[in-house]
Structure formats: C-alpha cells, structure tokens
Write a protein that binds this ligand. Sequence first.
Ligand code: NI
Length: 258
Amino acid sequence: MFVDTHCHLDDEKLKDNLDEIVAKFRAAQVGIVINIGCDAATSELVKNQAEKYDGVYFAAGIHPMDVEKATDKDIEKIAELCKHPKCVAIGEIGLDYYWDKTFKDKQKEFFASQIRLAKEARLPVNIHVRDAMGDALEILKNNKENLTFGGVMHCYSGSKETAKELLKLGLYISFGGTLTFKNAKNAVEVAAAVSLDRILTETDSPYLAPEPVRGTVNSPANIPYIVERLAKVRGAEISEIESAVYNNTLTLFKKIRA
Ligand code: NI
C-alpha cells in the first residue's frame, strides 16, 4: 500500500471530482492520504472530506502564508479540530519568505505556537519551509522539547547538511514530485542518503505533479511515480520503499489505524 502524506483535496481543481479522484488513487494502491489544511476554514473543509472517505485523514493548521490575517481565535479552532479522530497532525505550519517578508515576526510566532499546540494535542507537525530554513531550524531547535510527537519536513529539496539537522531533531523527510524533476540534484542526493526509516512520500496535490505527468493537475494517484524514483536513486526495490514508507507513516501518525 502506498501513502500520500500531504495533499490539498479541498483545492478548487480537485474538490468537485472527489469520488473520481478517490477511486483513482485506490486503484493505484494508494491507501492512506493525509489532506492538509492551510487555515481555520480549509482545515474544516479537509476534515469534512476526511469524514467522507475511508483512508483519508487530515491535518489542521495555519500555513505561514495565511498567518497574516490569522488570530488567536483561529488557533483555538485548530486546537478544537485536533480532537477529531481523523486529525493525525498539525499542519501545514512553518515559514515562507518567498512571497512576502513583511510579516516574518508573526510567521515565527504562529510557527512556534503551533509546535507547542502539537505537543498539547499529542500530534506530529507537518512543516512547510520556503526560503527560510535558517530561521525555521532555529525555531525547531528552540522547541525541541515540544517536538515530542515528531514531525515531517514536507516536499524536501534542501541540502544534505540541512537534512542532517532535521534528522537530528527526530524529523522525517517527505519527498514529492520535485524529486522526479530534471534539476532535482539536492533532493536526489538526500533521497539516496537518508536512512530508510525516516522517509515519507507525498504529492502536494494539486501542485507539483511528478514526471512523467509534470505540468498536469496532480492527485494522490501519482504517488507510485515518486516511489519508483526513490527506489531508483537508492538502488532499492519498489516494494522495499513501499513498505518502509507505510511503516514510517504508522509510526509517525499514530492516530492512523491500519
Ligand atoms: Ni501543501
């Protein structure tokens, strides 16, 4: 069974064809899918979708790009959603300086407070970092004691050195479509080196469709392309990657019942 630890089924491009999308990923042997919220409203939407389909779980959280307009009330809403039996993580949370650097402090504040919330809720975190790894690592290190339930760095494409730091913090590394792209030098290097018991897979649907379907609307049914690529760069069997990712998923996301 394959696993997609990060997708956005509430997205405009996917939400109206869900029956079809779910049937398609089930046919592709993708049996566990984690649907990720980006603010209080979308966390509620991904929850509703998870309630409807077996094998679909969700994460609730406030994405760094949605922090600007967020308030403490939104954090309370996320805390409430964490109690749901299918809420398996807090996320996506993190730092993103790519589009806008004007509210860095608020991003840092919400990142740290949601890591603390994860400990209270006994959940792992799903982390998004773009152009902000230095600050993100600092916050993660300062909150090491709040990462009791672990976490995953989503869509990793950073350096080997940074990956080492993340692994030292007990985090998992998740690989997505970018691993299959021609210029994926860093991701390939990390994917080849990281220990098998720390690897996860994701699509980030509807974004970042992998080769050979790059440029199309991504969906969890494309996970096998990523697993195939991981197997190739590690010189491993597909079945070996498949079972490692499955076991890692159940270890990290403890609320998922096989
Ligand atoms: Ni995402």
